[in-house]
Design a protein around this ligand. Structure first.
Ligand SMILES: C[S@@+](CC[C@H](N)C(=O)[O-])C[C@H]1O[C@@H](n2cnc3c(N)ncnc32)[C@H](O)[C@@H]1O
Length: 467
């Protein structure tokens, strides 16, 4: 693999190299699964064009254009004077390479149940969420093509990667070898079975979260076979047993919105049983029809003969369970070792600063501090960096109709506040205690009533004030 790795790098088969070679139009078309512009941009047969066609676009190339390193790799097959890829091999944003099964496109035969999916938007979403804090032991549960390990390498001393699908571990091993990553322990098995009683400082998983009716040929890369959203629930419930003190877990998940039930209670209920501090963020909600279409498209079923039947069956199944929507989001857990854990569940659909992993630890700290800090009167708060005070009012009016505190960093939250909180944001510099500060502010701008310092807790939890 070392020879192949050097050939890929020397040829410029990197994220930037491919982007430059394709140009923006072809790259955008490719993101829409349209190949024609990319095929036109790689018609020359030069070494980079050959690699892009063979391993990214998945089309056969003339044998005369193929370097010996590729022919010897075991990752291509010859058919007369043409060479075809047997896998999808793509450069990744970390500078490494990922090997997965070939992409399916509309019109291709149905996916094999053990298809190993390549890295995509969801993989990148999880990678950006994970804490950047260096750790001793990390676990990637459901490693697939091994993408999360590429992100963990260099931050974790020891990495264990598991998957139910042995073929995933085989291809992940190639990804790691081509990315120059050594020492990853790959183990086959379901959920936490392969790590039984082992503890980790960091657990990450982009699990098979797709919620689909049970069928004989489920797609292992996205469907667990568990009922509804039970895989994500069980993943959450079993995690505390494997989190070392102070350890953190980051998961992507889907959850059901069921008629007559608040989704906050559903997901919050999973976390409430764990004893961990937790932060759940719903980034999107789809109605059942959108959801079914998304995943039928993902399996290249659009236009297939059975599309209507699969669509109908899936929707009927959602109807039976009174499903009104499906939430997509992140779950972060921390084993804080406290008897008074806090679980925050929220919907955040707006753009946040990426990567969240750069500041996710302080988000958790803020949530926990706001919940557990005693005696806030004596607390010396500091206003978060980059906070803006926005006021809207009638022209010429002395008082604003509305004051909004807006974060320009991190989660970029905004919140309407009263004059007391706005004034507090102007003076909190970590020097004076909150109680006396509130007394002075209330006299100057309030209605004379002394605000309770506990009223500031939500603003601490959301990172407007730091303690
Ligand atoms: C959505 S893919 C994620 C792949 C990769 N980690 C990523 O971030 O893109 C989910 C992975 O979980 C694996 N998987 C499915 N069921 C599992 C189970 N019960 N236990 C462990 N892994 C499972 C699948 O084989 C697949 O590789």
């Amino acid at each position: 693999m070392e020879r192949l790795r050097h050939h890929l790098l020397d040829t410029g088969y990197t994220i930037d190299g491919v982007r430059d070679r394709l140009g923006s139009m072809a790259a955008s078309a490719l993101a829409r699964e349209e190949l024609v512009p990319a095929l036109r941009a790689t018609a020359d047969g030069d070494p980079l064009a050959t690699l892009i066609r063979l391993w990214w676009l998945g089309v056969p190339v003339p044998a005369k254009d193929v370097a010996p390193e590729i022919l010897e790799s075991g990752l291509v097959a010859a058919d007369g004077d043409r060479i075809s890829a047997t896998v999808h091999l793509q450069p990744w944003e970390t500078g490494g390479y990922l090997v997965s099964d070939r992409k399916v496109r509309p019109g291709d035969p149905a996916l094999h149940p053990d298809h190993v999916v390549g890295a995509g938007g969801a993989s990148a979403n999880l990678a950006q969420l994970v804490t950047r804090r260096p750790v001793q032991r990390a676990l990637d549960l459901g490693t697939g093509c091994g993408v999360q390990v590429l992100h963990l390498a260099g931050r974790a001393e020891h990495i264990v990667a598991t998957d139910l699908n042995p073929r995933a571990l085989e291809l992940a091993g190639l990804s790691w070898a081509l990315s120059g990553i050594e020492g990853v322990e790959a183990r086959a098995g379901s959920m936490y079975e392969p790590v039984e009683d082992e503890g980790f400082d960091l657990i990450v998983s982009n699990p098979p979260f797709v919620i689909a009716p049970a069928r004989e040929t489920k797609l292992t890369y996205r469907e667990s076979g568990y009922d509804g959203d039970a895989f994500c629930r069980d993943l959450v419930l079993r995690t505390p047993h494997h989190l070392n003190p102070g350890g953190q877990a980051h998961f992507l998940a889907n959850w059901l919105h069921v008629e007559g039930e608040d989704w906050h209670d559903r997901v919050g209920g999973w976390l409430g049983e764990t004893g961990c501090d937790a932060w759940v963020v719903q980034r999107d909600v789809q109605d059942p029809a959108e959801y079914v279409e998304l995943w039928l498209r993902d399996a290249a079923e659009q236009g297939s003969k059975r599309y209507t039947e699969l669509y109908d069956r899936w929707l009927a199944w959602f109807d039976e369970q009174k499903v009104e929507g499906i939430g997509f989001g992140w779950i972060t857990m921390r084993n804080s070792g406290t008897l008074d854990p806090v679980v925050r569940v929220e919907h955040l659909a707006h753009q946040v600063t990426l990567p969240v992993g750069d500041y996710v630890d302080s988000v958790l700290d803020s949530i926990a501090t706001a919940h557990r800090a005693q005696g806030l009167d004596a607390a010396r708060l500091r206003t978060a960096d980059g906070l803006l005070d926005e006021r809207i009012g009638l022209p010429g009016a002395e008082d604003p109709i509305r004051i909004v505190l807006r974060q320009t960093q991190g989660l970029r939250r905004s919140r309407e506040v009263g004059t007391v909180e706005a004034a507090l944001a102007g003076v909190c510099d970590g020097e004076l205690a909150l109680g006396p500060l509130l007394n002075v502010i209330a006299e100057l701008v309030g209605d004379g009533e002394i605000p309770d310092s506990d009223a500031v807790r939500p603003l601490i939890a959301e990172g407007y004030f730091l303690l």
